[in-house]
Design a protein around this ligand. Structure first.
Ligand code: 5CA
Length: 160
């Protein structure tokens, strides 16, 4: 029997399909909340996990999504240089408000508010990567090119 997805994971699946992507959302029996958890559950390296990290520009107060390799940390100064203003890391409430997802489940698509999107250039080296799909147990496999296409993100040097 095929188990149905939880509502948030199904929402991500529907958005992916609407956008024309064939990716399949999977709900894992174990947590995929962190990049390390997700790598274990997906059987891939931590570097192949997409961390969807949310920041806020400090002056214009715009949400910024930095799609980061699970192996890397974001250098906020590099992000600030790219955007022309400094950024602050979002708290859990802001993440929920702008993305519509809880921490650990933030997907690359389907956000409540449109966001500026940057993509860690290190993600582009992989044949396949995995991103969160709406809950801290839901993921989907995609290519870096698909990540770029579905987010409209700009590939950049963002790691510390
Ligand atoms: N599902 C996994 C990988 S697919 C995932 O979503 N990983 S993540 O890195 O994108 O999400 C966890 C991130 O949320 C952490 O790296 C951390 O930057 C952020 N985070 C964790 N706790 C909080 C918190 N209390 N407030 C704001 N951000 C947080």
């Amino acid at each position: 029997m095929i188990k149905s997805l939880s509502p948030n994971a199904q929402k991500v699946q529907d958005i992916l399909a609407e956008l024309g992507f064939s990716a399949k959302v999977i709900e894992m029996p174990d947590s995929t909340r962190t990049a390390v958890d997700a790598a274990r559950a997906c059987g891939c390296t931590v570097g192949q996990i997409v961390k969807s990290l949310i920041f806020k520009t400090s002056v214009s107060a715009k949400p910024v999504l930095v799609e980061t390799s699970g192996a890397n940390r974001v250098d906020e100064e590099k992000v600030a240089e790219i955007l022309g203003e400094s950024v602050l890391k979002a708290d859990a409430e802001y993440v929920r408000q702008v993305s519509g997802y809880v921490i650990g489940g933030v997907a690359p698509v389907g956000h409540h508010k449109p966001m500026i999107v940057l993509i860690d250039e290190d993600l582009m080296q992989y044949e396949e990567i995995w991103a969160a799909a709406g809950t801290p147990r839901a993921v989907f496999k995609l290519t870096p090119q698909e990540l770029k296409a579905m987010t409209g993100g700009r590939v950049a040097k963002v790691k510390l």
